[in-house]
Design a protein around this ligand. Structure first.
Ligand SMILES: Cc1cc2nc3c(=O)[nH]c(=O)nc-3n(C[C@H](O)[C@H](O)[C@H](O)COP(=O)(O)OP(=O)(O)OC[C@H]3O[C@@H](n4cnc5c(N)ncnc54)[C@H](O)[C@@H]3O)c2cc1C
Length: 460
């Protein structure tokens, strides 16, 4: 519970209409895509950086936990108010401040929705590649805090590769700027990169300076259906070995296809046991050649059918298959754990075989899809919590999958972060010394541990 006095102070900072303790509002901000739920004491919607700074001054002085939140689409519980306190909803800060076409740079507030920003820059012939599958609702602030990836990252890189600078409110209430709108800059530590992927634990992002690219002239989307998962996994390595880096190289296994088929009117023959959605972009002549080369490379690997989209509507229809995966899996099986391991690209076939072996050994359904082009596989462990022993099996499966990925030189998380969901496993990947180094940074910047406490690290 926060005292009446604190609530009044919050109302003075942001305006009474932007502070809510109504149960209905608290519930709306109590969960994210993990489906876990923690009620905050109050939800605050700041409209300016200075308000965020004043709020942090107050929270730090009174030792009140603050949980920054974009759209709450995170898969690891990063925005969950696990210790009550204040949910800091950043969605009112939603202006695109500037699109500077001369310098290929934009400045935005953190609450801008990813797809809206992409559409705004595309209108002036520019391009912002990072495209998490949640782009219709995730915010750019949340994308930076998680260093979000997405299908196009195989060719263009992840969110941090496009962030030139930030405005940040520190946990103790100062406002600082990192980096800037130049393509180079090496004065002092690279705090911009430190903030990317810091999961709202080191500072609150209130402005983002973003690098843009010229919009590619054209793109070509292909759907390739395979008779076996092995063929699809081998195709990923074969395409990269063929010295082609497609814009996207998305993968779905038989179980994922079956779930999407069950939940939508997906038109894919039963003989297809895996599929790849491949896109290439660039000038028209080049993409036609690349598409043909890709088709020739994958053909000997058990291709059932190749579909090439000729119009943007056809391309969108192919992408709809991929974007409907998360919702379809949840529809068919509400109890799923979505992990996002990443392995070196050439190890994708071996990793898939490991996951299959884990699934068979534990007698538990595991569904794989994801960004295979950069080795980032979404491994979904599907259970029925009501059945005795299923949760324990899921935990064993997840640990085995993480260990398998690490043994191949990979990581537990390519893009979803640690939050609270992966912190129990953090010792598998980070040494005690590495964790202590990171925790030293957290303690120095947030001495009272008020900003997003209890995330990433195991509480010692
Ligand atoms: C259907 C679906 C598909 C998805 N696909 C992808 C995908 O392809 N790739 C991918 O990377 N992720 C994906 N995600 C996960 C999620 O969408 C991303 O992590 C996204 O970046 C979260 O954005 P958000 O605005 O919802 O942030 P939230 O979930 O609200 O918050 C995420 C983290 O960011 C912090 N945060 C939010 N705003 C700020 C701020 N202004 N300052 C400081 N910290 C802040 C929060 O404290 C929290 O730790 C998917 C999620 C769903 C539900």
């Amino acid at each position: 519970m926060l005292s009446e006095k604190i609530i009044k102070q919050l109302q003075r900072i942001v305006g009474a209409e932007y502070v809510s303790t109504a149960k209905a509002d608290l519930i709306c901000y109590s969960y994210d895509a993990t489906q876990q739920q923690y009620l905050p004491n109050v939800v605050v919607h700041p409209g300016r950086t200075e308000e965020v700074a004043q709020l942090m001054l107050l929270a730090n002085a009174e030792k009140i936990p603050v949980f920054p939140r974009g759209s709450g689409s995170g898969f690891t519980g990063g925005s969950l108010p696990i210790a009550g306190g204040i949910v800091l909803a950043m969605t009112r800060l939603d202006r695109i401040v500037e699109i500077d076409a001369d310098n290929l740079v934009a400045t935005v507030e953190p609450g801008v929705v990813t797809e809206q920003f992409q559409k705004a820059v595309e209108k002036v012939g520019l391009f912002y590649p990072p495209d998490p599958a949640s782009l219709k609702f995730s915010t750019l602030g949340g994308n930076v805090a998680e260093c979000a990836g997405g299908p196009r990252c195989v060719k263009y890189g992840v969110t941090k590769d496009f962030i030139l600078g930030l405005e940040i409110v520190t946990p103790t209430g100062d406002i600082i700027r990192t980096g800037g709108p130049t393509m180079k800059g090496v004065v002092g530590y690279d705090l911009t990169k430190l903030m990317c992927g810091s999961e709202g634990t080191l500072g609150i992002i209130t402005k983002i300076i973003i690098k843009l690219l010229p919009l590619p002239e054209a793109k070509k989307t292909m759907l390739v259906l395979f008779a076996s998962i092995d063929g699809a996994a081998q195709a990923v390595s074969a395409i990269i070995r063929g010295k082609i880096i497609p814009t996207t190289l998305e993968f779905m296994d038989a179980a994922t296809i079956a779930c999407v088929r069950q939940a939508t009117d997906l038109d894919v023959p039963e003989s297809a046991k895996a599929l790849l959605i491949i896109e290439v972009d660039g000038d028209r002549e080049m993409i036609d050649k690349q598409a043909q080369k890709i088709a020739a490379i994958v053909q000997p690997l058990g291709v059932v059918e190749t579909r090439i989209a000729e119009t943007s509507a056809e391309s969108e229809a192919l992408w709809q298959i991929r974007r409907s995966v998360s919702a379809s899996l949840r529809k068919v099986n509400p109890d799923k754990f979505n992990e996002d391991i990443c392995v070196p690209r050439s190890k994708v076939p071996e990793m898939i075989r490991k996951v299959e072996a884990i699934s068979a050994e534990l007698g538990i359904s595991i569904v794989n899809f994801g960004h295979a082009g950069d080795g980032n596989i979404h491994v979904n462990v599907m259970i029925d919590r009501k059945r005795p022993g299923q949760l324990e099996k899921a935990e064993r499966a997840i640990e085995a999958v993480f260990k398998g990925a690490l043994a191949l030189g990979g990581t537990m998380s390519g893009e979803h972060g640690v939050g609270i969901m992966k912190s129990p496993y953090i010792n598998l990947e980070l040494s005690a010394e590495a964790q202590s180094y990171m925790e030293t940074i957290k303690k120095a910047l947030d001495p009272n541990n008020v900003l997003n406490p209890g995330k990433i690290f195991l509480q010692r």
